[in-house]
Design a protein around this ligand. Sequence first.
Ligand code: 5GP
Ligand code: ZN
Length: 136
Amino acid sequence: MREDNCIFCKIANGEIPSKTLYEDDAFRVILDLGPAAKGHALILPKEHYENLYELPDKTAAGAMLLAKKMAALMKEKLGCDGLNLIQNNGETAGQTVFHFHMHLIPRYKDDGQKIGWVQGKAEAEELEEIRKLIAE
Ligand code: 5GP
Ligand code: ZN
């Protein structure tokens, strides 16, 4: 399934050109137009799924295997010192393109980039409440 007005559907399926690093029947890996660091890439499924919640198991598994493969390739070719694997779901979480994608962001010592969150605090009681809510 493809969405008519989805830019990533068009890129993934080759209707709009992109800097492609890898392609197979199910995925295309492209360079991000607004890179957080040199070599910032996006893994796009060719089928349209808005987010992780919609993703079929097979596509989810394939995306992670591909992330592993691309991470090794980037380490080898770019000589990066680290790599962030990021995937946003929903506007609140920072998603801006509503076609599932995974960010592969190579990291370099002293690259000056900041990717992260403000660390909070939680008491054991609160953690236990959350554990129960989710796991029981
Ligand atoms: P999100 O915020 O949804 O997780 O990430 C969307 C990403 O897509 C951003 O990093 C943005 O730079 C990238 N992006 C948006 N439009 C295009 C485009 O047309 N081509 C490419 N290559 N990247 C895009
Ligand atoms: Zn799409």
